[in-house]
Design a protein around this ligand. Structure first.
Ligand code: GBH
Length: 434
């Protein structure tokens, strides 16, 4: 375990933790269904056969969970607003109470407006979903905007496109491969329309949470470099280039539906900050005519790249390699690529899955990554915050309850919360600087 105190961060640096609605709220019967309720009701979709019908029962236990946040001493809490819940009677009242509770506890609310739980009747293949999203965002902003300053439009449109629509391992379970690209475009358009809707309602501190994996070619061979570049285009730059540069990477724009050029001016609506979710780099090479393994997901042989393991690193219980310097590389790389088009960065997710309450491995992971953020600051990157994924053990999508990312252990049979060793470590870190 690391014993050196982490270096000093700038005053005002935002320390927080993250969750999402579908993964913690439960109370599924008290709202309309989402695509995730439909998906998890189909046999074989979730590894342990579970659903998020109850999850952490946060919907009924949010006061206890806010007390955990207050005790932790974080500046901010990133949660998500469930669109199907807002569509249901009394749904918005829940977020109103949650935000009040957070404000009373001195914790700044940072809502994400879409974290994959689309209302069951809607579909990201339809362009219309983007304007519906903006209308829903206006309703939420009008209700919460007097107490919420900082907003996140979407969580990881890349993962939602890839896993949900290209590979089908997440809801809605489509296996469209490259025909999933319109889903990316429509989410980006939804983001841009939401930024405008938020600004129209007076919001001023707007970002997005994009997944980013620094991409390492498996070798110097041209075929591996090309494959890695394609991976980087599809999983990283397909989302960050239109947002920050107002254009798609070469060769991609032609594959998108609709009036792409005029949409890009909506998508590139300036952001107040840019959120990145980081777990590990991706080591990528040429296709090998066989399936490959990617963070617990099987990638079909037909893809024009294959994901390789990163050797010689510790791995989490999920099998993901622990590579803290990948986070420094990511942050400095964004600065290099986007220059003065890049707004201040916030790390909106970083964390790991390990068993147990005396989770020294998680402490080592977080300690390494917090230092990696500090190195990016020293290199001149404007990083303004760091959020741990996650406050609570929760419903880890297709993995069900088998993966535990929380600083707080949840016994799903009794709903008992037990702070882990890492909770104490993070509390010391965020309280120690005051
Ligand atoms: C996030 O997704 C989600 O926003 C969140 O809801 C989720 O609970 C959390 O992460 C944990 O999964 O084999 O080393 O290449 C991030 C999903 C993480 C998926 C990195 C691909 C590749 C790991 N991505 N992962 S690796």
């Amino acid at each position: 375990m690391a014993t050196n105190p982490v270096p000093r961060f700038p005053d005002g640096f935002l320390w927080g933790v993250s969750t999402s609605a579908h993964q913690i709220e439960g109370a599924a019967g008290e709202r309309e269904p989402s695509v995730w309720d439909v998906f998890t009701s189909e046999p074989g979709r979730v590894k342990d056969g579970s659903t998020a019908a109850v999850a952490c029962d946060h919907y009924h236990r949010y006061r206890e969970d806010v007390a955990l946040l207050a005790d932790l001493g974080v500046d901010a809490y990133r949660f998500s607003v469930s669109w199907p819940r807002v569509n249901s009677p009394g749904g918005l009242d829940f977020y109103d109470r949650l935000v009040d509770e957070l404000c009373a506890a001195g914790v700044r609310p940072v809502p994400t407006l879409f974290h994959w739980d689309l209302p069951a009747g809607l579909d990201w293949l339809e362009r219309d979903t983007a304007s519906r999203f903006a209308a829903y965002v206006s309703v939420v902003a009008d209700r919460l905007g007097d107490r919420v300053g900082k907003w996140i439009t979407l969580n990881e449109p890349a993962e939602h496109t890839l896993l949900g629509h290209a590979l089908g391992t997440h809801a809605p379970g489509r296996e469209l491969l490259f025909d999933a690209l319109p889903v990316a475009h429509h989410q980006l358009l939804a983001h841009g329309l939401a930024v405008r809707a938020l600004r129209a309602s007076g919001a001023a501190d707007i970002g997005i949470a994009n997944s980013h994996a620094p991409t390492w070619p498996a070798s110097d061979e041209p075929a591996d470099r090309e494959a890695a570049d394609l991976y980087d285009v599809l999983l990283n730059r397909l989302f960050s280039d239109p947002l920050l540069l107002g254009r798609y990477p070469d060769g991609v724009g032609e594959l998108m539906p609709g009036e792409v050029d005029s949409d890009l001016s909506v998508i590139a609506e300036p952001l107040d900050w840019y959120g990145v979710n980081y777990y590990a780099p991706a080591r990528v090479g040429a296709p090998r005519g066989a399936e490959s393994e990617f963070g617990g997901v099987t990638l079909p042989a037909a893809l024009p790249f294959s994901v390789r393991g990163i050797e010689g690193r510790p791995v989490t219980d999920f099998g993901w390699p622990v590579v803290p310097e990948g986070l420094t590389e990511l942050l400095t790389g964004l600065g290099d690529r986007y220059g003065d088009r890049l707004p201040p960065i916030v790390v909106t997710e970083n964390g790991c899955s390990y068993e147990g309450v005396d989770d020294q491995d998680r402490i080592a992971y977080l300690d390494g990554h917090v230092r990696a953020v500090h190195r990016a600051l020293e290199a001149g990157v404007d990083v303004r915050g760091y959020f741990v994924w996650s406050l609570l053990d929760n419903f880890e999508w297709a993995e069900g309850y088998a993966r535990r990312f929380g600083l707080v252990h949840v016994d799903f049979a009794t709903q008992r919360r037990t702070p882990k060793a890492s909770y104490g470590w993070f509390r010391d870190l965020v309280r120690g600087r005051r």
